[in-house]
Write a protein that binds this ligand. Sequence first.
Ligand code: CUA
Length: 321
Amino acid sequence: MFGLIISLLVGKTIKASTFMPVQGSQVAAQVDSLYMFLLVTSAIFCVLVIGGLIYFVLKYRRKSDDDKTAYISHNNFLEFLWSFIPFVLFMIMFGWGWHVFHQMRDFSKDSLEVHAVGQKWFWDFKYKSGKSSAGEFYVPVNTPIKLIMTSKDVLHSFFLPGMRIKQDVIPGRYTALAFTPNKEGTYQVFCTEYCGDQHSSMLAKMKVVSQEEYEQWLQEDASAGLSLVEVGQKVYEQKCAVCHNTNAERKVGPGFAGLYNSERQFADGSSAVADENYIRESILVPGAKVVNGYPPAMPSFQGQLSEDELSGLIEFIKSLK
Ligand code: CUA
């Protein structure tokens, strides 16, 4: 039913089967197989259980006033079977589901990164080159994509039915999705978290195109803005350079070179890998994780940087090797 409704909505954009939207990636095909398995298994057990119920009601109904029910206490073999068969089925569903889910969160190092920002009631997209667009974004076919998402106001949810991926978009932190489109075309993006009056019109389009067409689109008004890294460098010079070096040497705080993706040891003995969320937190809530050997001297930059400046600064730090 769910698939039918979605395909009716998406069918306008892309010709799809009447049951499911078009499969835009390999994972999409895997999701559909799993969905089919769940549907068929449920249908079989529905027929068995309801059919059995009707059969027993008819066969063992009370036929006369002195009809007596036979005394049956238990049956070990049957009880084992009706526990073991569901157990095996559920474990198959769990393992299969985990395998598919894992691929939606598996970010390969050579992914093309696209920043998506949700706000009432539209989607903004930004690329490393500084290219930005609203309501529509392009990706090249057969390229792993990493969507890095956040929200400017309330909870939204980014849903790409053609890729069978969906993820909450949360103010104050990043969430991410991975997918590799393998079919060119236009795909519908929905917001699937009720976010206010115009929630249902919070839409966007994703165009999956050839590498050449993608690069052409990326060049269009590329001179309009600074690249994310350039935006970040400006912020760095104005706000961070007093305390942080662009090489690995310490100043008041740690140097930025090689920081991204490195393991950080904290004063409280814990540790974490410096990903986008860690860097974001360190800028906005510096006291949350203080690197071992440094004073907790950094002020918070909460409310002082726009989402673009934050993303830019993070990209700048990522670019320092
Ligand atoms: Cu944004 Cu619903």
